[in-house]
Design a binder for this molecule. Structure first.
Ligand code: PMT
Length: 228
């Protein structure tokens, strides 16, 4: 029997940075480990990967078949994803993307003033995952992540529907030792058909392997069924 054709994955990873001035930015604690582990697992399974990554300090993936695209801001990540989504069979958005950015970026370092408070005016960023179906027209298997600290299932299911995903991978980032910047995680997959499957706590590399196996199966099933 001939082996199945490899799939093309687009994966986002790491944080985004939204500049305030030349030395300050808004960001978060994402290390990129989860997204990079998924990229490595997909490549190890024989697939090709575009890995769109925010700024991280972990090593670039060593596995052949991964093309690393380095970005900083949400706008840059959106543009990199928009450019590559059309070629992807599967998109997995594991990046921790800033929801807001400063309305204006000071060209000079902002000086401390005599005022005791400083109000930063923020505006919404592009919702990359939420734009994948419309306006970006992605017809492949769409997998989002949900990083939650309360009502995990309800919030994850809400994101699944709102962002028109096939699967949402939820992690409870209030739990010590998992989620942001750790080597382990504990995830639950919520599927568009209402079903759920929990993957118990383990190394991100092992979870990524299981996740890629499940996602690959779903993507191949979807390719066998003509789109309605
Ligand atoms: O990087 P690590 O240190 O390994 O940590 C892994 C992780 C905790 C970052 C990862 O497992 C994870 O949960 N990633 C999603 C983090 C997140 O910001 O989730 P969210 O619930 O805020 O966003 C929901 C989904 O929308 C995510 O797929 C996110 O990539 C996407 N999103 C969010 C906002 C935005 N403007 N554009 C987006 O595409």
């Amino acid at each position: 029997m001939t082996p199945p054709e490899p799939l093309h994955f687009l994966i986002t990873a790491g944080p985004t940075r939204e500049p305030i001035d030349p030395v300050r930015f808004i960001s978060n604690r994402s290390s990129g480990k989860m997204g990079y582990a998924i990229a490595e697992a997909a490549a190890r399974a024989g697939h090709t990967v575009d890995l769109v990554s925010g700024p991280v300090t972990i090593a670039a993936p060593s596995q052949p078949g991964i093309r690393l695209v380095a970005v900083e801001s949400t706008r840059q990540m959106y543009e990199a994803v928009a450019e590559r989504l059309g070629a992807a069979d599967v998109a997995i958005m594991a990046a921790a993307v800033a929801d807001y950015r400063p309305v204006s970026v000071s060209p000079q370092k902002i000086k401390k003033s005599k005022q005791q408070d400083w109000v930063l005016h923020l505006e919404k960023t592009e919702d990359i995952l939420g734009s994948a179906r419309e306006p970006l027209g992605f017809g492949g298997l769409l997998v989002g992540f949900a990083a939650e600290t309360e009502n995990v299932e309800a919030h994850a299911r809400d994101k699944l529907v709102r962002k028109r995903c096939d699967v949402i991978v939820a992690n409870d980032v209030s739990q010590p030792g998992i989620g942001f910047d750790s080597d382990t995680n504990e995830i639950c997959l919520y599927h568009a058909d209402g079903s759920a499957e929990a993957l118990p706590r383990g190394a991100k590399s092992a979870l990524a392997r299981d996740l890629v196996r499940i996602i690959e199966g779903l993507a191949r099933d979807r390719m066998r069924v003509p789109a309605s």
